[in-house]
Design a protein around this ligand. Structure first.
Ligand code: MGD
Ligand code: MGD
Ligand code: SF4
Ligand code: MO
Length: 725
C-alpha cells in the first residue's frame, strides 16, 4: 500500500488519477530527488519529475535518472522463480523453467542443507551489492551469519568503495565518505578532483563545480583523460594511469616547501607528519614528472593554487581507488588537507564521490566479510556481543570473518566454497579477469541468483529468484554525503516478485532458523531492528527514524537518539576517531601498478564509465534511449597512437592483454594520453572489457586494479566486426 500521507498536498493538485511519490533515483550515490508519477487506478508508475525542493540536487537529474522508472514495468522483468532443468546449458539464458516460490524454496533449502551437511557450514557463500536499502544490506549480513551460519559473505563494494573506506579508516579512524555536506561544495575556493569523471558519473554535482569557478575559485583535475571536467580545469594533471601516489606525495612536498603547511594544526591534531615529510621530499616536480608524465610546471601551479586558497576540498573517485594502492592514494591525497589544516570546518575537507546509490550505507552494516552493523568489527568481542544481543544468538554462534569478494572466487575454485547466493550484483560482467570468474561460477555445485532482470551472472544460476526494483519497496539509503534518506514505495511488486528482505525471511523459516527472522514482516519492522543493531556503533543510525528523515531532508550519521539532529560536518571539534584523537598523516612510498607496459604489451589500458549506462549495464542496456545513445563498447585512442598502428576512426581492432581479448570500434580522440587506451565496462559476454583486466588486489582494501594494466592493439582485416554483433 502507498503511504497516503506522503505528498498529499502535491497529489491533490495533480490529475485525479495520478499521485506523486517522493523518492530518490535508483542509481548512483548522488541520489537525486525525484517524484515518481503513479497512476492510482492501475497502480503503475507512469513517469518521473525532478524534485526542485531536494537541497542536494535542486531539481537536476541525468539521462539515467529520468528513465530509471522504465525498469519497473519493463517486459524483461522476471515475474516468477526460474529453475534450471538443463545443467549442460549453464552459462546461457536457456534451460530454465518457471516454478512456484514453494518449489524454488524447497530446492534451495534441500541443496543448501546437503552442501552444508557434506562440507560444513562455510561451504555456502553470499555475494551481495549496495543498490539495496540499508535495511536489506543489514538483513543480508544477518541472513548469512544467522540463517546460513557461514563466514563467507562479501559484496560488490569491494570493487567500488573499499579503498576509500580503508584509506579513511587509516587516516581518520572512521569512514564517512564526505567530511562535509554537498551544499558546501560550490562555496569553496578550490576543488582538487582526482580520478573522477564527475560530469558523466555524478552529473548533478557539476553545477556546484562550475559555481566555484564562476565565483573566481579554481578547479584542479587529475585524470589521464581530458574528461568534460578536465576540459574546464584551471590545471589538468594528465598523469599516466596508476601513478597517483607520486602526484599526491609531490603535492604534499610542494605545499610544505611553499610555506602553506599549517604547523599549529599539524602539531595539535595530527600524527605522522615527520615520517611523511621524509618520504615526500624525494617527490620534486622533476622526479614526479618522470613517473607520471605530467609537466613539472603544472605540478607547481596546482600546489600553489591549493596552498593559496583559503578554503579547499579534495575529492576523488574510482580513478585513484581502483588501483593496487587505492587505499594509499586515498590517504595520500587526504594528506593535502591535513598538512594545510583544511579539514573539520565548513567549505574545506575531503570527499570520495561514492559510487552506488547506497555505496556508503551498504558498507557499514555487515555485508563486508569482517564487519557487523554500525561499522562494528567481527573480530572485536565487545562488538560481537552487542550485535548478538540484538540477534538473539550467542557470541560462540557468530561466524569468523570471511574473505573479500574476489577472494571468494578463489575459494570456489578450490572447492572450499560450493554454493552461492548472489543478489544485487552481476560479477559475470563486473569482476576483473572474466575468463577465470565465469569458469569458477560455472563449476559451482549450486547457485541462487536474486535479480529482477536475467543478468549475465544469473545465466550461471540453478535457481533465479525474482526480486523487486527500487520503487516497489521502501527503506533508507545513505547518499554520498553520509545523509540517510528515504526511498518510498510507488508500486506494488510486479507479478510474483518479492523484496530481498522478504525472500530472506521466508528462506530462514524453511532453513529452520525462523525464530530469528519471523518477527520481520514489513520493511519498517526490518528498519526498527536495523536501527537498534547500529546503536552505539560509530555509524550509529539509531536516531534516524523515517519521520525525522522526512522532516529534516535526510539525517547525516552519526545520529544517536531522538533528540540528535545528525552530523552534517565531521570533525568540527578537530577530534578524529583514533584513540589519541588525532588524524594520521600517512607516509606512503611510491609503488608502480601491478602490471607495467612492456615490449609485448606497450599500452596502458584503463576502464570506466559513460553517462548513459550504469555499472554492469543489466538495468540501463534495457532502456531504449540509453541503449541507443551508447549501444556497444569502444576503445578511445589518441590520433598519434592511431597513426603508429595505421588505424582509423570507427575501424574495428583487436585489443588484448595477458588475460583476454576483445574486438572494439576505435574512437579517435585527443582527449586521452598517447600511451593509454580507455574502454567503458558496461557490457556483457564477449563485449566485456573485464575479459582483459587484471585481478591484482590492493593488499589493504582487496580492491582490484581496474584502472591500469598492460595491453596491445592489433589491426584487423577490414571486414572485422565488433564482438557480439
Ligand atoms: N554514468 C554513470 N555514472 C555512475 C556509474 C555508472 O556506471 N555510470 N557508476 C557509479 C559508481 S558505482 C561509481 S563507483 C562511480 C564511478 O565514478 P568515477 O570514478 O568518476 O568513474 P570511472 O569512469 O570509473 O573513472 C573515473 C575517471 O578515472 C580516470 N582514471 C583512470 N585511471 C586513472 C588513474 O590512474 N588516475 C587517475 N587520477 N584517474 C584515472 C578515468 O579516465 C575516468 O575519467 O560512478 C557512479 N556513477
Ligand atoms: N573494468 C571495470 N570493472 C568494474 C569497474 C570499473 O570501473 N572498471 N567498476 C566496479 C564498480 S565501482 C562497481 S560498483 C561494480 C558494480 O558491478 P555490479 O555489482 O555487477 O553492479 P550492477 O550492474 O549494479 O549489478 C547489480 C545487479 O543486481 C540487480 N539489482 C539491482 N538492484 C537490486 C536489488 O535491490 N535486489 C536484487 N536482488 N538485485 C538488484 C541489477 O539488475 C544487476 O543485475 O563494477 C566494478 N567493475
Ligand atoms: S546523477 Fe545519479 S542519482 Fe542523479 S539522476 Fe543520474 S544516476 Fe540518478
Ligand atoms: Mo562503484
Amino acid at each position: 500500500m502507498l503511504k497516503d500521507n506522503f505528498y498529499r498536498d502535491i497529489a491533490s493538485k495533480t490529475h485525479p488519477q495520478e499521485t506523486l511519490v517522493k523518492t530518490h533515483c535508483a542509481y548512483c550515490g548522488m541520489q537525486c530527488g525525484m517524484n515518481l508519477r503513479v497512476n492510482t487506478g492501475s497502480n503503475t508508475i507512469i513517469g518521473v519529475e525532478p524534485r526542485y525542493d531536494w537541497p542536494v540536487t535542486l531539481g537536476k537529474m541525468c539521462p539515467k535518472g529520468v528513465t530509471a522508472y522504465q525498469q519497473t514495468n519493463h517486459n524483461d522483468r522476471l515475474l516468477r522463480p526460474l529453475i534450471r532443468d538443463d545443467a549442460s546449458l549453464k552459462g546461457t539464458k536457456e534451460g530454465f523453467r518457471e516454478a512456484s516460490w514453494e518449489e524454488a524454496y524447497e530446492l534451495i533449502v534441500r541443496k543448501f542443507k546437503q552442501l552444508q551437511g557434506e562440507y560444513g557450514k562455510d561451504a555456502l557463500s553470499v555475494f551481495s551489492g549496495v543498490s539495496m536499502t540499508n535495511e536489506k544490506c543489514y538483513l543480508t549480513g544477518k541472513f548469512a551469519r544467522v540463517a546460513l551460519q557461514t563466514r563467507y559473505i562479501d559484496y560488490n563494494g569491494r570493487f567500488c568503495m573499499s579503498s576509500a573506506a580503508a584509506g579513511f579508516l587509516r587516516t581518520f579512524g572512521v569512514d564517512r565518505g564526505s567530511t562535509l555536506p554537498w551544499t558546501d561544495i560550490h562555496q569553496t575556493d578550490c576543488l582538487f578532483i582526482a580520478g573522477s569523471n564527475t560530469a558523466e558519473c555524478h552529473p548533478t554535482s557539476m553545477f556546484r563545480v562550475w559555481e566555484v569557478q564562476s565565483r573566481g575559485g579554481y578547479l584542479i583535475v587529475v585524470d589521464p583523460r581530458e574528461t568534460p571536467l578536465a576540459r574546464r580545469a584551471d590545471v589538468h594533471l594528465d598523469l599516466r594511469p596508476g601513478t597517483d601516489l607520486a602526484i599526491a606525495n609531490c603535492m604534499v612536498n610542494l605545499l610544505v616547501r611553499g610555506g602553506y603547511a599549517d604547523h599549529k594544526f599539524i602539531a595539535a591534531h595530527t600524527s605522522g607528519f615527520d615520517e611523511t615529510l621524509e618520504v615526500v621530499k624525494a617527490f620534486t616536480p622533476e622526479y614526479t614528472s618522470e613517473i607520471t608524465g605530467v609537466a613539472p610546471e603544472k605540478l607547481i601551479r596546482a600546489a600553489e593554487i591549493f596552498g593559496k586558497s583559503p578554503e579547499a576540498i579534495v575529492m576523488f573517485a574510482r580513478g585513484i581507488e581502483q588501483q593496487i594502492k587505492g587505499a594509499d592514494n586515498v590517504s595520500a591525497y587526504t594528506n593535502m588537507c591535513l598538512v594545510t589544516g583544511k579539514i573539520g570546518r565548513p567549505k574545506s575537507g575531503v570527499a570520495t564521490l561514492t559510487g552506488q546509490g547506497n555505496g556508503q550505507g551498504g558498507r557499514e552494516h555487515g555485508q563486508k566479510a569482517d564487519l557487523l552493523p554500525g561499522y562494528r568489527k567481527i573480530t572485536n568481542p565487545k562488538h560481537v556481543q552487542e550485535v548478538c544481543s540484538v540477534w538473539g544468538i550467542t557470541p560462540e554462534e557468530m561466524p569468523q570473518p570471511g574473505v573479500s569478494a574476489f577472494e571468494m572466487f578463489g575459494l570456489m575454485e578450490k572447492k572450499e566454497i560450493r554454493g552461492l547466493y548472489l543478489l544485487c550484483s552481476n560479477p559475470a560482467v563486473s569482476a576483473p579477469d572474466q575468463n577465470y570468474v565465469r569458469a569458477v561460477l560455472k563449476d559451482l555445485d549450486f547457485m541462487v541468483c536474486a535479480d529482477f532482470f536475467l543478468s549475465e551472472s544469473a545465466e550461471f544460476a540453478d535457481v533465479i529468484l525474482p526480486s523487486v526494483t527500487w520503487s516497489e519497496d521502501e527503506g533508507t539509503v545513505t547518499n554520498l554525503e553520509g545523509r540517510i534518506i528515504k526511498i518510498n514505495k510507488a508500486q506494488e511488486p510486479l507479478g510474483e516478485s518479492k523484496p530481498d528482505w522478504l525472500i530472506q525471511v521466508e528462506l530462514a523459516e524453511r532453513l529452520g532458523r525462523g525464530q530469528y527472522f519471523r518477527h520481520l514482516q514489513t520493511a519498517s519492522q526490518v528498519a526498527d531492528e536495523f536501527r537498534l543493531a547500529t546503536k552505539g556503533g560509530y555509524a550509529d543510525y539509531y536516531g534516524a527514524t523515517w519521520d525525522k528523515i522526512d522532516r529534516q531532508d535526510g539525517v547525516f550519521w552519526p545520529c544517536r537518539d531522538e533528540t540528535d539532529e545528525g552530523t552534517p560536518y565531521m570533525f568540527l571539534d578537530k577530534r578524529f576517531y583514533h584513540p589519541d584523537g588525532k588524524a594520521k598523516v600517512c607516509a606512503l612510498p611510491y609503488r608502480p601498478p601491478a602490471e607495467e607496459p612492456c615490449a609485448e604489451y606497450p599500452l596502458r589500458l584503463t576502464t570506466g564509465r559513460v553517462v548513459y549506462h550504469y555499472l554492469s549495464g543489466n538495468q540501463t542496456r534495457r532502456i531504449p534511449f540509453l541503449h541507443d545513445m551508447c549501444p556497444e563498447p569502444y576503445v578511445e585512442v589518441h590520433p598519434e597512437l592511431a597513426e603508429t598502428y595505421g588505424i582509423h576512426h570507427e575501424e574495428v581492432v583487436r585489443l588484448f592483454t595477458r588475460r583476454g581479448e576483445g574486438s572494439y570500434k576505435v574512437k579517435i580522440t585527443e582527449a586521452i594520453r598517447k600511451d593509454t587506451v580507455f574502454v567503458p565496462y558496461h557490457y556483457g559476454h564477449e563485449q566485456s572489457i573485464n575479459l582483459l583486466t587484471i585481478a591484482a588486489l590492493d593488499p589493504m582494501s582487496r580492491m582490484p586494479e581496474f584502472k591500469a594494466c598492460a595491453a596491445q592493439i592489433e589491426k584487423l582485416p577490414q571486414e572485422a566486426k565488433v564482438a557480439g554483433r
